[in-house]
Ligand binder design. Structure first.
Ligand SMILES: *Cc1c(COP(=O)(O)O)cnc(C)c1O
Length: 390
Protein backbone atom coordinates (compact mmCIF):
# COMPACT_ATOMS: atom_id res chain seq x y z
CA UNK A 1 0.00 0.00 0.00
CA UNK A 2 1.15 3.46 -0.92
CA UNK A 3 1.76 5.69 2.11
CA UNK A 4 0.67 9.28 1.61
CA UNK A 5 2.03 11.84 1.25
CA UNK A 6 4.61 10.70 -1.25
CA UNK A 7 7.74 12.53 -0.12
CA UNK A 8 9.67 14.19 -2.95
CA UNK A 9 11.43 16.88 -0.91
CA UNK A 10 14.65 15.07 0.03
CA UNK A 11 16.69 18.20 -0.73
CA UNK A 12 15.11 20.11 2.12
CA UNK A 13 15.55 17.29 4.60
CA UNK A 14 15.68 13.50 4.81
CA UNK A 15 14.20 11.12 7.36
CA UNK A 16 16.67 9.57 9.79
CA UNK A 17 17.68 6.10 8.73
CA UNK A 18 16.35 3.71 11.45
CA UNK A 19 19.91 2.35 11.81
CA UNK A 20 21.02 5.88 12.69
CA UNK A 21 18.33 6.20 15.36
CA UNK A 22 19.35 2.84 16.85
CA UNK A 23 22.96 3.98 17.08
CA UNK A 24 21.92 7.21 18.82
CA UNK A 25 19.52 5.85 21.43
CA UNK A 26 21.97 4.69 24.15
CA UNK A 27 23.57 8.14 24.18
CA UNK A 28 20.43 9.81 25.51
CA UNK A 29 20.07 7.58 28.58
CA UNK A 30 22.76 5.16 29.80
CA UNK A 31 25.68 6.75 27.92
CA UNK A 32 24.80 10.37 28.64
CA UNK A 33 28.26 11.66 29.59
CA UNK A 34 29.79 14.97 28.61
CA UNK A 35 32.54 14.26 26.08
CA UNK A 36 34.65 16.95 27.75
CA UNK A 37 34.53 15.28 31.20
CA UNK A 38 38.02 13.88 31.64
CA UNK A 39 37.62 12.56 35.19
CA UNK A 40 35.25 9.60 34.85
CA UNK A 41 34.18 6.72 32.64
CA UNK A 42 30.95 8.33 31.38
CA UNK A 43 32.96 11.19 29.94
CA UNK A 44 35.52 8.86 28.37
CA UNK A 45 32.76 6.75 26.84
CA UNK A 46 31.13 9.81 25.27
CA UNK A 47 34.47 11.08 24.00
CA UNK A 48 35.23 7.70 22.45
CA UNK A 49 31.87 7.73 20.68
CA UNK A 50 32.51 11.25 19.37
CA UNK A 51 35.96 10.29 18.09
CA UNK A 52 34.57 7.24 16.29
CA UNK A 53 31.93 9.46 14.66
CA UNK A 54 34.62 11.98 13.71
CA UNK A 55 36.45 9.18 11.86
CA UNK A 56 33.25 8.05 10.11
CA UNK A 57 32.48 11.60 8.99
CA UNK A 58 36.08 12.22 7.88
CA UNK A 59 36.26 8.96 5.94
CA UNK A 60 33.21 9.85 3.82
CA UNK A 61 35.02 12.93 2.46
CA UNK A 62 38.60 11.64 2.42
CA UNK A 63 39.67 13.90 5.30
CA UNK A 64 41.55 13.27 8.52
CA UNK A 65 39.51 13.18 11.76
CA UNK A 66 41.39 16.19 13.14
CA UNK A 67 40.08 18.24 10.22
CA UNK A 68 36.43 17.83 11.28
CA UNK A 69 34.79 20.53 13.43
CA UNK A 70 31.29 19.62 14.58
CA UNK A 71 28.74 22.42 14.18
CA UNK A 72 24.96 22.71 14.53
CA UNK A 73 24.55 22.30 10.76
CA UNK A 74 25.55 23.75 7.43
CA UNK A 75 24.24 27.24 8.22
CA UNK A 76 26.67 27.47 11.11
CA UNK A 77 29.43 25.90 9.00
CA UNK A 78 28.90 28.51 6.28
CA UNK A 79 29.01 31.34 8.83
CA UNK A 80 32.06 29.95 10.63
CA UNK A 81 34.03 29.37 7.43
CA UNK A 82 33.35 32.74 5.82
CA UNK A 83 33.42 35.01 8.87
CA UNK A 84 36.19 32.98 10.48
CA UNK A 85 38.50 33.19 7.46
CA UNK A 86 37.79 36.87 6.79
CA UNK A 87 38.55 37.71 10.41
CA UNK A 88 41.69 35.55 10.55
CA UNK A 89 43.19 36.91 7.33
CA UNK A 90 42.21 40.55 7.87
CA UNK A 91 45.85 41.59 7.47
CA UNK A 92 45.84 40.24 3.89
CA UNK A 93 42.52 41.74 2.84
CA UNK A 94 38.76 41.66 3.12
CA UNK A 95 37.59 40.52 -0.32
CA UNK A 96 35.47 37.39 -0.88
CA UNK A 97 34.30 35.93 -4.19
CA UNK A 98 31.02 34.04 -4.23
CA UNK A 99 28.09 33.22 -6.54
CA UNK A 100 24.56 34.61 -6.83
CA UNK A 101 22.98 31.14 -6.61
CA UNK A 102 24.47 30.19 -3.24
CA UNK A 103 22.27 29.07 -0.36
CA UNK A 104 20.92 31.89 1.83
CA UNK A 105 23.32 30.88 4.59
CA UNK A 106 26.21 31.94 2.33
CA UNK A 107 24.46 34.88 0.65
CA UNK A 108 23.36 36.48 3.90
CA UNK A 109 26.74 35.91 5.53
CA UNK A 110 28.36 37.71 2.60
CA UNK A 111 25.79 40.54 2.84
CA UNK A 112 26.75 40.83 6.49
CA UNK A 113 30.41 41.17 5.47
CA UNK A 114 29.54 43.91 3.00
CA UNK A 115 27.68 45.81 5.69
CA UNK A 116 30.66 45.56 8.01
CA UNK A 117 33.13 46.98 5.49
CA UNK A 118 34.14 43.87 3.53
CA UNK A 119 34.12 43.54 -0.25
CA UNK A 120 32.22 40.81 -2.08
CA UNK A 121 32.23 39.91 -5.77
CA UNK A 122 29.01 38.16 -6.81
CA UNK A 123 29.66 35.90 -9.79
CA UNK A 124 26.72 35.37 -12.15
CA UNK A 125 25.78 31.98 -13.64
CA UNK A 126 24.85 31.01 -17.20
CA UNK A 127 21.48 29.51 -18.17
CA UNK A 128 22.79 26.11 -17.03
CA UNK A 129 23.49 27.48 -13.56
CA UNK A 130 27.27 27.22 -13.96
CA UNK A 131 29.85 29.91 -13.21
CA UNK A 132 32.47 30.97 -15.71
CA UNK A 133 36.03 30.10 -14.66
CA UNK A 134 37.29 33.14 -16.59
CA UNK A 135 34.94 35.38 -14.56
CA UNK A 136 36.24 33.79 -11.38
CA UNK A 137 39.88 34.30 -12.24
CA UNK A 138 39.23 37.88 -13.37
CA UNK A 139 37.59 38.68 -10.02
CA UNK A 140 40.69 37.79 -8.00
CA UNK A 141 42.46 40.74 -6.33
CA UNK A 142 45.49 41.02 -4.07
CA UNK A 143 43.05 41.42 -1.12
CA UNK A 144 41.03 38.29 -1.93
CA UNK A 145 41.03 35.98 1.08
CA UNK A 146 38.35 33.44 0.15
CA UNK A 147 36.56 31.89 -2.82
CA UNK A 148 33.17 30.50 -1.71
CA UNK A 149 31.40 28.42 -4.35
CA UNK A 150 28.85 25.75 -3.50
CA UNK A 151 29.41 22.17 -4.64
CA UNK A 152 25.86 21.39 -5.76
CA UNK A 153 22.87 23.71 -5.75
CA UNK A 154 19.95 22.96 -3.45
CA UNK A 155 17.25 24.05 -5.91
CA UNK A 156 18.46 22.70 -9.24
CA UNK A 157 21.14 20.19 -8.23
CA UNK A 158 23.69 21.71 -10.60
CA UNK A 159 27.29 20.77 -9.75
CA UNK A 160 29.93 23.49 -10.13
CA UNK A 161 33.37 22.68 -11.62
CA UNK A 162 34.91 22.26 -8.17
CA UNK A 163 38.29 20.87 -9.27
CA UNK A 164 38.84 23.67 -11.77
CA UNK A 165 37.81 26.25 -9.16
CA UNK A 166 40.18 24.83 -6.56
CA UNK A 167 43.03 24.78 -9.09
CA UNK A 168 42.52 28.52 -9.69
CA UNK A 169 42.36 29.18 -5.94
CA UNK A 170 45.60 27.22 -5.36
CA UNK A 171 47.39 28.99 -8.19
CA UNK A 172 46.59 32.34 -6.57
CA UNK A 173 47.21 31.21 -2.98
CA UNK A 174 43.59 31.80 -1.96
CA UNK A 175 41.55 29.50 0.29
CA UNK A 176 38.61 27.68 -1.31
CA UNK A 177 35.46 27.06 0.72
CA UNK A 178 32.52 25.05 -0.58
CA UNK A 179 29.04 24.47 0.84
CA UNK A 180 28.70 20.79 -0.06
CA UNK A 181 25.52 20.12 1.89
CA UNK A 182 23.70 18.73 -1.14
CA UNK A 183 26.65 16.74 -2.48
CA UNK A 184 28.15 14.91 0.50
CA UNK A 185 26.58 11.49 0.88
CA UNK A 186 24.98 11.66 -2.57
CA UNK A 187 28.02 11.71 -4.86
CA UNK A 188 31.68 10.97 -4.14
CA UNK A 189 33.31 14.03 -2.55
CA UNK A 190 37.03 13.90 -1.71
CA UNK A 191 38.56 16.99 -0.19
CA UNK A 192 42.03 16.12 -1.48
CA UNK A 193 41.13 15.08 -5.03
CA UNK A 194 38.78 18.08 -5.20
CA UNK A 195 41.30 20.53 -3.69
CA UNK A 196 38.90 21.83 -1.03
CA UNK A 197 40.25 23.83 1.93
CA UNK A 198 37.05 24.31 3.91
CA UNK A 199 33.71 22.55 3.45
CA UNK A 200 30.36 22.73 5.25
CA UNK A 201 27.80 19.93 5.30
CA UNK A 202 24.90 18.73 7.39
CA UNK A 203 23.57 15.44 8.81
CA UNK A 204 19.87 15.95 8.11
CA UNK A 205 20.46 16.02 4.35
CA UNK A 206 22.07 12.57 4.46
CA UNK A 207 19.66 10.53 6.62
CA UNK A 208 21.09 11.73 9.94
CA UNK A 209 19.49 13.91 12.64
CA UNK A 210 18.79 17.65 12.42
CA UNK A 211 20.88 20.17 14.31
CA UNK A 212 24.29 18.64 13.62
CA UNK A 213 26.80 19.18 10.85
CA UNK A 214 30.48 19.64 10.24
CA UNK A 215 32.99 22.07 8.87
CA UNK A 216 36.01 20.45 7.25
CA UNK A 217 39.11 22.60 7.87
CA UNK A 218 42.27 21.58 5.95
CA UNK A 219 45.32 21.08 8.20
CA UNK A 220 48.11 20.98 5.66
CA UNK A 221 48.92 21.95 2.08
CA UNK A 222 47.72 24.69 2.86
CA UNK A 223 46.64 24.92 6.49
CA UNK A 224 43.35 26.81 6.66
CA UNK A 225 43.03 28.94 9.77
CA UNK A 226 39.96 30.64 11.10
CA UNK A 227 38.84 32.77 14.01
CA UNK A 228 36.22 31.13 16.22
CA UNK A 229 32.78 32.73 16.08
CA UNK A 230 31.63 31.14 19.35
CA UNK A 231 33.70 31.80 22.45
CA UNK A 232 33.67 29.50 25.43
CA UNK A 233 35.28 26.29 26.62
CA UNK A 234 37.53 25.85 23.61
CA UNK A 235 35.90 22.68 22.30
CA UNK A 236 36.68 21.45 18.78
CA UNK A 237 40.29 22.68 18.85
CA UNK A 238 39.09 26.10 19.87
CA UNK A 239 37.12 26.56 16.66
CA UNK A 240 33.65 25.93 18.08
CA UNK A 241 32.94 26.07 21.78
CA UNK A 242 29.94 24.43 23.37
CA UNK A 243 29.19 21.01 24.89
CA UNK A 244 29.12 18.46 22.11
CA UNK A 245 25.75 17.03 21.11
CA UNK A 246 26.90 13.45 21.56
CA UNK A 247 23.77 11.56 20.41
CA UNK A 248 23.50 13.70 17.27
CA UNK A 249 27.21 13.32 16.54
CA UNK A 250 26.94 9.54 16.91
CA UNK A 251 23.98 9.57 14.50
CA UNK A 252 25.84 11.78 12.04
CA UNK A 253 28.78 9.37 12.10
CA UNK A 254 26.54 6.37 11.49
CA UNK A 255 24.73 8.20 8.68
CA UNK A 256 28.07 8.97 7.00
CA UNK A 257 29.19 5.36 7.33
CA UNK A 258 25.95 4.21 5.69
CA UNK A 259 26.28 6.75 2.87
CA UNK A 260 29.85 5.66 2.17
CA UNK A 261 28.66 2.06 1.90
CA UNK A 262 25.36 2.65 0.09
CA UNK A 263 25.39 5.85 -1.97
CA UNK A 264 26.43 4.04 -5.13
CA UNK A 265 23.70 1.39 -4.86
CA UNK A 266 21.19 4.11 -3.91
CA UNK A 267 22.17 6.04 -7.03
CA UNK A 268 21.88 2.97 -9.25
CA UNK A 269 18.38 2.25 -8.00
CA UNK A 270 16.98 5.78 -7.57
CA UNK A 271 18.76 7.60 -10.42
CA UNK A 272 16.64 5.79 -13.03
CA UNK A 273 13.50 6.67 -11.02
CA UNK A 274 14.47 10.36 -11.23
CA UNK A 275 14.99 9.98 -14.97
CA UNK A 276 11.64 8.27 -15.36
CA UNK A 277 9.84 10.97 -13.38
CA UNK A 278 11.57 13.67 -15.39
CA UNK A 279 10.75 12.03 -18.72
CA UNK A 280 7.14 11.64 -17.70
CA UNK A 281 6.78 15.28 -16.69
CA UNK A 282 8.64 16.58 -19.74
CA UNK A 283 5.90 15.02 -21.83
CA UNK A 284 3.59 17.79 -20.51
CA UNK A 285 3.33 20.68 -22.94
CA UNK A 286 6.09 23.27 -22.57
CA UNK A 287 7.72 21.58 -19.57
CA UNK A 288 11.44 22.26 -19.28
CA UNK A 289 14.24 21.23 -16.93
CA UNK A 290 16.02 24.10 -15.19
CA UNK A 291 19.81 24.02 -15.04
CA UNK A 292 22.39 21.74 -16.59
CA UNK A 293 21.19 18.18 -17.03
CA UNK A 294 24.76 17.01 -17.42
CA UNK A 295 26.48 18.57 -14.39
CA UNK A 296 23.80 17.62 -11.90
CA UNK A 297 23.07 15.52 -8.82
CA UNK A 298 21.50 12.18 -9.72
CA UNK A 299 18.38 12.32 -7.52
CA UNK A 300 16.83 15.74 -8.13
CA UNK A 301 15.17 17.65 -10.94
CA UNK A 302 13.68 21.13 -11.22
CA UNK A 303 11.01 21.58 -13.87
CA UNK A 304 9.01 24.59 -15.11
CA UNK A 305 5.45 24.22 -16.32
CA UNK A 306 4.81 27.41 -18.32
CA UNK A 307 1.45 29.03 -17.65
CA UNK A 308 0.92 27.13 -14.41
CA UNK A 309 1.18 28.89 -11.05
CA UNK A 310 3.52 26.90 -8.82
CA UNK A 311 1.63 27.69 -5.63
CA UNK A 312 -1.66 26.66 -7.22
CA UNK A 313 0.06 23.49 -8.40
CA UNK A 314 1.30 22.72 -4.88
CA UNK A 315 -2.13 23.51 -3.47
CA UNK A 316 -3.72 21.24 -6.09
CA UNK A 317 -1.43 18.37 -5.11
CA UNK A 318 -2.70 18.95 -1.58
CA UNK A 319 -1.76 16.40 1.01
CA UNK A 320 -0.80 13.71 -1.49
CA UNK A 321 2.63 14.77 -2.68
CA UNK A 322 5.12 16.65 -0.48
CA UNK A 323 7.48 18.80 -2.51
CA UNK A 324 8.74 22.35 -2.93
CA UNK A 325 8.35 25.08 -5.47
CA UNK A 326 11.79 26.60 -5.78
CA UNK A 327 13.71 26.57 -2.53
CA UNK A 328 12.05 25.58 0.71
CA UNK A 329 14.06 28.29 2.42
CA UNK A 330 12.54 31.10 0.36
CA UNK A 331 9.11 29.69 -0.45
CA UNK A 332 7.65 31.28 2.69
CA UNK A 333 8.03 34.57 0.85
CA UNK A 334 6.16 35.14 -2.40
CA UNK A 335 9.39 36.13 -4.15
CA UNK A 336 10.16 33.86 -7.09
CA UNK A 337 13.29 31.80 -6.70
CA UNK A 338 16.45 33.91 -7.02
CA UNK A 339 18.26 30.84 -8.29
CA UNK A 340 15.88 30.38 -11.22
CA UNK A 341 15.94 34.10 -11.93
CA UNK A 342 19.75 33.97 -12.04
CA UNK A 343 19.40 31.32 -14.76
CA UNK A 344 17.43 33.86 -16.79
CA UNK A 345 13.87 32.71 -16.08
CA UNK A 346 11.28 35.49 -15.82
CA UNK A 347 9.10 35.78 -12.70
CA UNK A 348 6.18 33.82 -14.15
CA UNK A 349 8.31 30.94 -15.35
CA UNK A 350 10.24 30.84 -12.07
CA UNK A 351 6.87 30.76 -10.27
CA UNK A 352 5.78 27.78 -12.37
CA UNK A 353 8.62 25.53 -11.22
CA UNK A 354 8.75 22.49 -8.98
CA UNK A 355 11.74 20.89 -7.33
CA UNK A 356 11.43 17.11 -7.16
CA UNK A 357 13.92 15.43 -4.86
CA UNK A 358 14.12 11.67 -4.52
CA UNK A 359 15.97 9.67 -1.90
CA UNK A 360 16.76 6.41 -0.14
CA UNK A 361 13.14 5.43 0.50
CA UNK A 362 11.63 6.48 -2.83
CA UNK A 363 9.87 3.62 -4.67
CA UNK A 364 8.84 3.10 -8.30
CA UNK A 365 5.21 3.05 -7.15
CA UNK A 366 5.59 6.47 -5.49
CA UNK A 367 7.14 7.95 -8.62
CA UNK A 368 4.31 6.58 -10.76
CA UNK A 369 1.74 8.05 -8.39
CA UNK A 370 3.40 11.47 -8.14
CA UNK A 371 3.76 11.69 -11.91
CA UNK A 372 0.04 11.01 -12.36
CA UNK A 373 -0.96 13.53 -9.69
CA UNK A 374 1.24 16.28 -11.12
CA UNK A 375 0.10 15.66 -14.72
CA UNK A 376 -3.56 15.72 -13.64
CA UNK A 377 -3.15 18.93 -11.61
CA UNK A 378 -1.24 20.71 -14.37
CA UNK A 379 -3.97 19.78 -16.86
CA UNK A 380 -6.70 21.03 -14.50
CA UNK A 381 -4.96 24.35 -13.90
CA UNK A 382 -4.40 24.85 -17.61
CA UNK A 383 -8.04 24.05 -18.37
CA UNK A 384 -8.97 26.85 -15.94
CA UNK A 385 -6.64 29.43 -17.49
CA UNK A 386 -5.80 28.30 -21.03
CA UNK A 387 -4.74 31.76 -22.17
CA UNK A 388 -1.70 31.83 -19.89
CA UNK A 389 0.15 29.10 -21.78
CA UNK A 390 2.88 30.91 -23.68
C1 LIG B 1 20.12 22.68 3.74
C2 LIG B 1 21.25 23.51 3.27
C3 LIG B 1 21.90 24.39 4.14
C4 LIG B 1 21.45 24.60 5.57
O1 LIG B 1 21.79 23.48 6.34
P1 LIG B 1 21.32 23.37 7.86
O2 LIG B 1 22.08 22.21 8.37
O3 LIG B 1 19.85 23.12 7.80
O4 LIG B 1 21.68 24.63 8.54
C5 LIG B 1 22.97 25.10 3.66
N1 LIG B 1 23.38 24.97 2.39
C6 LIG B 1 22.78 24.14 1.53
C7 LIG B 1 23.28 24.03 0.12
C8 LIG B 1 21.69 23.38 1.93
O5 LIG B 1 21.09 22.57 1.07
Amino acid sequence: MLQLPVYLDYNSTTPCDPRVVQAMLPYFTQKFGNAASRSHALGWEAEEAVELAREQVARLIGAGPKEIVFTSGATEGDNLAIKGVVEMYAAKGNHVITVVTEHKAVLDTCHHLEKSGGEVTWLPVDEDGLISLADLEAAIRPETVLIAVMYANNEIGVIQPVREISAIARRHGILFFTDATQAVGKIPVDVNADGIDLMAFSAHKLYGPKGIGALYVRRKGPRARLTAQMDGGGHERGMRSGTLNVPAIVGFGKACELCAAEMETDRQRIGPLRDKLEQGLLALEGAKVNGSRHYRLPLVTNISFPGVDGDALLAGLGKNVALSSGSACTSASMEPSYVLKALGLDDDLAHSSLRLGLGRYTTAEEVEYAMGQIARTVAQLRANSPSKLA
